[in-house]
Every structure is written in structure tokens, then in C-alpha cells.
Design a protein. Sequence first.
Length: 241
Amino acid sequence: MLKQGFVRRYDYFSNYYLIRYNYGKEPSKKEIKVNGQILETVTKFKYLGSIISDEGSEPEILSRIAQTTAALTKLKPIWNNKNISISSKIRLLRSLVMSIFLYACESWTLNADTERRIRAMEMRCYGRLLGISYKDHITNEEVSRRIEIAIGPHIDLLTIVRQRKLKWYGHTTRSSGLAKTIMQGTVNRGRRRGWQKKRWQDNIREWTGLELRNTLRKAEDREEWKAVVRRSSAEPDGSQI
């Protein structure tokens, strides 16, 4: 029923926007027309500020890291100002710089490599405002310790991404609409042999330690899902975002 309903809804919107598929051709050669014009087939494009790519989330995450680094550099006079306290600089960093990185992070699929890049970028940002150079050979643990001295227990970027993605999963599960249909919909097709790309819901299963059918059941209860989010994100007591 879910798959049939999705097909009906997709067909409705396809006809509404005058989109036609050439069903007789191979999948890679299908033509999509809008008002009689054939749309160009591309491997990635930007939509509402985010990069949509056939390579998954990595191009968007790398773009966000680059934008965050650029914003960090533009604010160099603030980081070098001795009259501004470290705690104030950290708050400015999180509101003016980290917010750029976190835009639409709920849609990302994370793997070990992207998580490593995110950690490195965050430590680079904190090192910049602390006046630490890579030549100083200061460890990430020491950088985190100095940040904690300045503002107390805090939540790192990866934890924030986890929280936002898990919260969005719960919100969408409890809602009704196309977003829920797409998120819970499946394609009746087996996966290829060998190495598999990580899927969006794989993160949910890994972080919660639950099978997807159990996450769906728990997410229907708002309070129960809040407890799952807290446990899965390992948020320290008294931490600040």
C-alpha cells in the first residue's frame, strides 16, 4: 500500500508539472521534459543552498567545510583581538561560523571519513581563536580541554549533527506528508555485492543501536524518542551548544 500510494502521488505531481519520462530507453538515457524542453542530465546541482549529488552527502559536507573556513578567515580581526574574552569568541564562532556549517545537516549521511573531516575542521576553528598554530603541535585533546576551561562542558559539532538528524527523524515519523512517505518508502531492488554506500537511515540505526522498525515505533512517542536522542548523542551533563 505504501509503495502504491507513493507511485500514485508521484504520478500526480509528475503530470501537474508536465514532466514526462521516455520509458522505452535505458535508465541512464531517460529524458525528462518540462514544457517540451529536455532537462540536462547532471551528476550534481545546487538546490536551496545545498549540493545534491549522485556521490551522496560528501560534496555538500566538503562545501560546508570550505564555506566555514572562509567565514572563519574573514573574522580574523575578532580572533586576534586581545580585548575580547575567549568565551565571547567561542560564542561568536558558534553563532557566526558554525551555523554556516550546520545548515541542512539533517539531510546528511555521515561515514568515518566525513566524521574525521568534521572533527578536524572544528579543532582548526577552535585552534584559530585560541591562537594555536599547527607548528605548536598541540593535540586535539588539549584544545578541547582549553575550550572546556573557558565555557565548561560543551557539545561538539558531530554531536549537534547527530541530535539534529535524530530529532528530524522523529519529527518526520510523527508527521504525515510526502517527506514521511519518501523517508519510509523502499524500492523493491536488491543491493549490489561488495562494498555498499552508507544510506541515510543507516546512521539512525547505528546511532540508536535499534533496528529501523523499532526506531519507527519509538519515534511515534515524542518523550520516548527524546530519551533515545539523549542517549544516542551522549550529551554531557550541563553542556552548552
